[in-house]
Design a binder for this molecule. Structure first.
Ligand code: GLN
Length: 253
């Protein structure tokens, strides 16, 4: 009888240990994103958050023996959320900028990108950023490097209105509907919108910037940063990274 009780107690201890009760490191890491940024961050038919970023961070986590779960936030809420501990990681096609580096730490870069002006496919007057005029509205997603560029054009009196919207899908819809003259956004993502809705949008002119995406963590979270960098190097070395590029960039997502 006594033996049975001890066995049951031991089993309970084991169950608690395995489910990680009481250990804050044992839960899944919260990964924040904004899923209107395909193919990096998007949703499937069932509204699950999916994308290149999700697969990449999952592969990195698996390599490092970590677990992740995804949290849907607005893009301008991601840095504040990782700063205050609501999330552990930002995986959102987020460009490593000096401004953001004052607030968060970034992993090594995993993707190089550029900002481009996008216009409706039948537009013939706007061939680059210099063709934007003070009668035009130009859109971008809130909190992004594209939005900073649009705001700069507005501050310089070069456009009539900076239309800063929550979702990039809304920016693209406004462009297609003719509500705005142009959108400033990341090239690989505008290309994905172009594939999703052929013959609606085109990119014009030269690249406005050169940017690189990294995953962000809270400032000083060295332990997590080192694991993410080690995992990133491993999944690049073992070919997983290239497989994910092939998976997410070969077809419209
Ligand atoms: N790369 C851009 C930035 O960091 C846009 C990211 C996004 O819209 N998800 O601001």
């Amino acid at each position: 009888m006594k033996k049975n009780i001890i066995a049951i107690l031991l089993a309970l201890v084991l169950v608690f240990a395995m489910t990680g009760c009481g250990g804050s490191d044992s839960g899944a890491l919260k990964v924040g994103t904004e899923p209107t940024f395909p193919p990096f961050d998007t949703t499937d038919e069932d509204q699950n958050i999916v994308g290149f970023d999700m697969d990449l961070i999952s592969a990195i986590a698996e390599d490092q023996g970590l677990e992740v779960e995804f949290v849907n936030l607005s893009f301008d809420g991601l840095v504040p959320a990782v700063k205050n501990g609501d999330i552990d990681i930002v995986a959102a096609g987020m460009s490593i900028t000096d401004e953001r580096l004052e607030q968060v730490d970034f992993t090594d870069a995993y993707y190089d990108s550029q900002l481009f002006v996008a216009v409706p496919v039948d537009n013939t007057t706007i061939t680059g950023i210099d063709d934007l005029t003070p009668d035009m509205k130009v859109a971008a997603q809130t909190g992004t490097t594209g939005a900073a560029k649009v705001q700069e054009l507005y501050d310089q009196g070069k456009i009539k209105e900076a239309v800063i919207l929550d979702g990039l899908d809304t920016c693209m819809m406004q462009l297609i509907n003719g509500d705005v003259s142009a959108v400033i956004n990341d090239k690989p993502v505008t290309e994905t919108y172009m594939k999703k809705q052929p013959d609606k949008i085109k990119m014009v002119g030269e690249a406005l910037t050169a940017e690189s995406y990294g995953f962000a963590v809270a400032k000083g979270n060295e332990e997590l940063l080192e694991k993410l960098n080690a995992g990133l190097a491993n999944v690049i070395a073992d070919g997983t990274f290239d497989e994910l590029i092939e998976k997410w960039f070969s077809t419209a997502q």
